[in-house]
Design a protein around this ligand. Structure first.
Ligand code: GLY
Ligand code: MN
Length: 463
């Protein structure tokens, strides 16, 4: 948790952007996974953490924009809870820690919200993503869960995004910590990987490092020799010679700031010539994309620059053909690079995705494409000092997509289907780094860069 002043300042900056009405913040509740008392690890809502820092279930806050009154809603715990779960600070103490003047029992929240709504005041809420909070909102405002996203306050969302997207120094300290934990996770996996091992053995070790140095991985670890599946969460294969192993993982610090790195390594410790060639192409795209990142540069341009390197390289290998710009304009490169280039990162690994990707990554200078591939670009607008981004180009050979496009004759002017077929069991390559945008350009997060060249990776794996 940061000092009280930080939270007070953040709320002041938030309220300065908004006109009138009542701001409603719902903290998260415990989430059961097979029965009520057997819960998932508690994770507070990130906006709640950002403005209040209180990392506990069953809290809500209202801020009255007219009077400035801030009220923390929640209940002091009774003896049963103390016996089973231990004592906790009182509600008054919690409010004092973050500079909130008023404390009320949770049962009073409905009254406060309903009174404001009944008198015609705007109740601003953020789009809920947890079912429990959707039910709470339905009880408070009578809005059906299916309608809640559309009725969320755009002004509130925009104000929160404007603040959270620009990381402050105390947040950058945390993000560097998260990156260093991510380094340990990946470096350890790279050193441990051995033929004959199960993928899940590496996952277990990486999760352990995340838990022992912070709270948990920042998202379910992706670790698979079928790296062509972008978010592959199955880890049941045996490390087999000649295959590539894609590892995409990061950690969340105790203050809930995230990291997110990807490395693709040869399962047996040595890249084949063909793997090396494609790997170096992805590395070139990564390094070039990162080198372009600086204030005022639209991230969409960085995506196109990476796409051009990938397309040129694949043309050189006889997998693509035709004019590079035309191929990209037609989305042909998305056969191999079907995702965006990266995303904002902060307390959420995909920062503020719950608030709506377009509020985070798009503005009135750039609208979201519907074209396959480009539509998955999460960040398109110009970079700003203090933005924290991942940069993660890749090349993937996805048999189902190859078959579909071949059958439907999609982008036949740019794709060499017969040549591509030779890569049906190749898998995928992704390299991912985390950067912060500075006045002059960027800085990579963390104390040092994970091994990334072919020589560095083979060196670590053969130590
Ligand atoms: N590293 C997982 C993702 O960015 O979606
Ligand atoms: Mn990522």
């Amino acid at each position: 948790m940061f000092t009280k002043d930080i939270y007070v300042q953040r709320r002041k900056a938030l309220c300065a952007q908004l006109q009138s009405g009542l701001l409603l913040f719902l903290g998260n509740k415990e989430a059961p996974y097979n029965y009520l008392d057997n819960t998932y690890r508690f994770r507070q809502d990130s906006s709640f953490l950002y403005f209040f820092g209180l990392d506990e279930a069953n809290l809500a806050v209202t801020i009255d924009l007219e009077t400035g009154a801030e009220t923390l809603f929640g209940d002091d715990i009774g003896i049963d809870s103390i016996v089973w779960m231990g004592p906790k600070p009182s509600m008054r103490e919690k409010a004092d820690r973050v500079g909130i003047a008023h404390v009320r029992p949770m049962a009073d929240l409905a009254n406060t919200v309903k009174k404001a709504a009944a008198s015609g005041r705007m109740v601003h809420y953020l789009p809920p993503y947890r079912y429990a909070n959707k039910i709470t909102l339905m009880d408070l405002l009578g809005i059906h869960p299916n309608e809640q996203k559309a009725n969320a306050s755009e002004a509130f969302i925009r104000a929160v995004v404007a603040l959270r997207a620009v990381k402050q120094p105390e947040e950058v300290v945390e993000l560097d910590k998260a990156a260093n934990i991510g380094y340990m996770m990946h470096y350890t996996a790279m050193k441990m990987a051995k033929l004959g091992m199960l993928e899940q053995e590496l996952v277990g070790v990486m999760e352990g490092i995340a838990v022992s140095n912070g709270t948990m991985p920042s998202f379910p670890i992706i670790l698979s020799q079928n790296g062509e599946t972008l978010h592959n969460h199955s880890h049941h294969q045996i490390l087999t010679d000649g295959r590539l192993l894609l590892i995409d993982a990061g950690a969340e610090t105790n203050s809930h700031y995230a990291s997110d790195f990807t490395r693709t390594i040869p399962s047996g410790g040595k890249f084949t010539q063909q793997q090396k060639e494609l790997y170096n192409l992805v590395l070139e795209a990564t390094d070039h994309a990162i080198s372009l990142c600086k204030p005022e540069v639209p991230f969409k341009e960085v995506y196109f620059a990476a796409s051009r390197i990938i397309t040129e390289g694949l043309k050189g290998m006889g997998i693509m053909k035709g004019n590079t710009d035309d191929a990209i304009a037609n989305g042909a490169h998305a056969m191999f690079f079907p995702c965006g280039l990266g995303h904002n990162m902060g307390m959420d690994v995909h920062d503020m995705e719950d608030l709506g990707e377009n509020f985070v990554g798009y503005d009135d200078t750039v609208t979201r494409s519907t074209q396959f591939g480009l539509k998955s670009l999460r960040m398109a607008k110009a970079l700003k000092v203090g933005n924290v981004m991942t940069v993660e180009p890749g090349i993937y050979f996805i048999p189902a997509l190859m078959d579909k496009w071949r059958a439907e004759k999609v982008n036949t002017d740019f794709l060499c289907f017969d040549e591509m077929d030779k890569f049906r069991s190749f898998g995928g390559i992704r390299i991912e780094e985390c950067i912060i945008i500075t006045q002059n350009g960027y800085r990579m997060l963390g104390s040092k860069r994970l091994p990334v060249t072919v020589e560095e990776i083979e060196g670590v794996m053969q130590e």
